[in-house]
Design a binder for this molecule. Structure first.
Ligand code: BGC
Length: 788
């Protein structure tokens, strides 16, 4: 039961939400959870990871590929669709050209039932809609689809029609290039073709090819389709589409099955249009020949492995169980497990929203899930930052700094997709100057932090030698050139920044930023030592002619100011003079809003002159550097900042859950955990900032849900040497059980009200030290240890 996400009934108002909720993907392709009969108005999207385009001066964004699942069904000439139910498809081009020899007008259809579901275990989306037609037939359409985890270029769909009466069935299915775009159209020179018509419908492959506007990258979507019960078909080619129309006679109780194998190929590595097209055709055809069952079983095998590496059992809380699994599902479908050239965008592969850009979300909110369950993916995510270092250096140079200033919104080259005017004012329609791109400097420290996490966690210095050390070093250089040495106070300061709380821009000495910069400097120094040992030539190259040398970085590290807890109140001021801002309550502030989407930050946003913050900021620092602060400090800051936090970002709630668990108050944290874990299930999240649509999935929150459960409630931490467990289960939970990969070995950890059990398989490479509460023990390969 808790593997299935289900929604019954059809509500046009929920189309966009369901598009996110029922997403499928394989890290290379993301396909929105829309229905087969939907088009651009319903926001259908096939997103190819790493493929971006820009049209005119508009924002660069991901390319939405032609929709290969486009399908329309007609029963005795009447269109069956969740929309059309109640209407006749009269006037519809496709049906008009079907010579069904009938008077179509006035025939009505009724939608008897409709259900959409997602099987998380196998990552398969299903829809079932039952229609009652004017002739009294009950016609059920069932469609099942998945983005193959085994063949990442492939989307597979099995479409079944079954009727209670005999009748004529027409299925028009193919590839629709008329797609939803925010700042498009991105695809030009669209051409269709048909390959290998001799063999009839089965292995005849239809394709739609085009190229992107900005870089002229080729893309082809090819489709092989097979209808088991035969029938005739013809190819329909239009300007922006290619489809096939199958005419069939459907007998009562005998299902008609259509299997579509859709391949999407793009020239991301310099392939020519011909190569891309040939590959897509071959992939679609090969897959078609293998057949649905075979494709599903190889796909399911991959998913079995993903789940055995990550699935969590929560006893006593069905809702949390499902939400947590669903959160991991969302991460799995967008994880670049076979590429180090892409990372995970802030809205996953759910569309063009947020420019398909990668933010600090990946390093700070998603990385831990992968580190603890699939460290190879964590490495890929950080290699993406190595590959985009050149873009980060260009950005630093653009602003007159040394080193690497990573993009606030990063795409395939690492150049910043973030604009200086990122939000439009809802009242005037005018673009507002925001300081995300040029002042949210913590991004470079977040990147270095992520790289060090992978190194410390795996104990493998290859990431550092393969460019990771260089990234950390360049980031440190950037901060050295950005920092200010205050001669009066004899300390370095970081001035004029925007911290995680974006409502307060251009502040001085944001505690989080300064602490992260300090960490970045430390990481750079340590990473350079490792580089010196592993590749002295590269080490020397990096230092030759550089005005900034390790001793400068060390000096800054030692004398960098990080705001400290006040001795009495224990509070850490978020930035210089934060306390002088007006101290209003959140309800007071919200009561002043004139528009539901008005932006609270920016030049004259309501929050900017107050202490209301957008998202966890100081509290995030307390989570990341938990050893530096005692419980009393954590509690005091949690209690102070939480009521002042708007949680206007989906990155916020999980951090409050984590720090609550850390201070032994899991029940305080629980509602924040649930809010995080259910965000894409309920659709309860901000959809607009100003007039900017920001809907889509929320991978950072998905990663936050995992963190809150495993690092928070189970209280697990691994520092590369030993694992520590300090559980704090919420009242409703009887137990939590999960697999992790630590120090090259696999472990299964169960934390229950009775105790902690740790199991290690026999083939683990070595024993590992655990500290559970105040007990220290070693778990050897093949052993199970129980601590009451
Ligand atoms: C948050 C950022 C986040 C971005 C993408 C913004 O609303 O304030 O911290 O990186 O969304 O998720």
């Amino acid at each position: 039961m808790s593997w299935i996400i289900r929604e019954s009934g059809f509500d046009p108002e929920r189309i966009a939400h369901h598009g996110n909720k029922f997403m499928i993907g394989n890290g290379v392709l993301g396909y929105r959870g829309t229905l087969e009969e939907f088009g651009k108005k319903e926001l259908t999207a096939t997103i190819v990871a790493g493929l971006y385009d820009q049209v005119g001066g508009k924002w660069r964004e991901p390319v939405n590929a032609p929709n290969g699942l486009d399908t329309k069904v007609y029963w005795n000439g009447t269109r069956l669709s969740v929309f059309e139910a109640g209407n006749v498809a009269a006037g519809d081009k496709a049906v008009n050209s079907v010579n069904v020899g009938r008077e179509l007008d006035h025939i009505r259809v009724e939608l008897v039932s409709h259900e959409q579901s997602l099987d998380l275990r196998q990552a398969v989306h299903r829809r079932r809609s039952v229609f009652r037609t004017a002739d009294g037939a009950e016609v059920a359409i069932t469609a099942e689809r998945f983005c193959s985890a085994a063949r990442t270029e492939l989307i597979v769909c099995r479409f079944t029609v079954e009727s209670s009466r005999d009748g004529e069935l027409t299925i028009v299915t193919g590839i629709n290039g008329d797609v939803w775009d925010i700042n498009g159209p991105h695809l030009v020179r669209m051409e269709s073709d048909v390959d290998g018509a001799e063999g009839g419908a089965a292995w005849e492959v239809v394709s739609l090819s085009a190229s992107t506007q900005e870089l002229g990258l080729p893309i082809t979507v090819s489709e092989a389709a097979e209808v088991a019960s035969g029938g005739e078909h013809e190819v329909l080619r239009e300007e922006l589409s290619v489809r096939r129309r199958f005419h069939l006679y459907c007998r009562a109780g005998e299902p008609v099955v259509l299997v579509k194998t859709v391949a999407v190929a793009a020239g991301l590595e310099g392939e020519t249009a011909d190569e891309v097209r040939a590959a897509a055709i071959q992939w679609a055809r090969e897959a078609g020949q293998l057949g649905y069952d075979q494709l599903l079983s190889e796909h399911a095998e991959y998913w079995e492995r993903k789940w055995s590496a990550s699935d969590i059992l929560v006893e006593g809380d069905e809702e949390a169980q499902l939400a947590l699994r669903y959160s991991m599902y969302q991460l799995h479908i967008i994880a670049p497990d076979r590429s180090e050239k892409v990372s995970i965008p802030a809205r996953g592969l759910s569309g063009q929203v947020y420019k398909g850009a990668v933010f600090w979300d990946t390093e700070m909110f998603m990385l831990p899930f992968f580190l603890y369950t699939q460290p190879e993916v964590a490495r890929n995510l950080m290699m993406y930052r190595v590959h985009t270092l050149a873009g980060a250096k260009r950005k630093a140079a653009e602003y007159g700094y040394e080193g690497a200033f990573y993009a606030w919104e990063s795409q395939e080259t690492g150049d910043d997709a973030c604009t200086l005017f990122n939000v439009n004012d809802v009242f005037t329609g005018r673009p507002m100057r925001t300081y995300f791109r040029d002042k949210q400097v913590h991004i470079s420290a977040d990147v270095a932090y992520g790289i060090w996490q992978v190194y410390a966690f795996t104990g493998d210095d290859r990431l550092l030698l393969d460019g990771g050390a260089e990234v950390a070093w360049e980031c440190a250089k950037f901060f050295y050139s950005y920092g200010y040495f205050n001669p009066r106070k004899q300390r370095y300061e970081i001035l004029d920044v925007t911290g995680p709380d974006e409502y307060h821009e251009r502040v001085n000495n944001n505690a989080f930023t300064n602490r992260m910069v300090k960490e970045c400097l430390r990481i750079a120094l340590d990473a350079m030592e490792i580089l010196k040992r592993g590749n002295v030539e590269r080490y020397e190259q990096l230092l030759a002619d550089s005005p900034i040398q390790p001793e400068h970085i060390r000096d800054m590290y030692e004398r960098l100011y990080v705001p400290e807890p006040d001795a009495q109140s224990r509070l850490i001021e978020q930035f210089d003079r934060y306390y002088t801002l007006e101290d209003v309550t959140l309800p007071q502030l919200k009561s002043l809003m004139l528009h539901p989407h008005e932006y609270l930050g920016g030049g004259n946003g309501l929050a900017t002159t107050t202490q209301i913050l957008k998202q966890a900021d100081v509290v995030l620092m307390l989570h990341l550097f938990k050893d530096d602060y005692n419980s009393a400090v954590k509690q005091a800051n949690w209690a102070y900042y939480e009521p002042r936090t708007e949680h206007g970002s989906s990155l916020s709630a999980c951090i409050y859950a984590l720090v609550a668990a850390d201070t032994g108050s899991p029940d305080w944290g629980y509602p924040y955990f649930m809010r995080t874990a259910t965000i894409d299930l309920t659709g309860d999240s901000k959809q607009y900032v100003g007039d900017l649509y920001i809907g889509g999935t929320h991978p950072a929150a998905n990663g936050g849900a995992w963190m809150a459960a495993v690092l928070g409630f189970a209280g697990l931490r691994y520092d590369g040497d030993k694992a520590v467990l300090r559980p704090a289960l919420p009242s409703a939970w009887q137990a939590i059980e999960f697999p992790v990969r630590l120090g090259g070995g696999s472990y299964r950890i169960r934390v229950s009200r009775e105790g902690v059990t740790i199991t290690a398989p026999r083939d683990n490479p070595a024993a590992l030290r655990f500290i559970v509460g105040d007990r220290e023990l070693t778990v050897a390969p093949g052993h199970e240890v129980h601590i009451a």
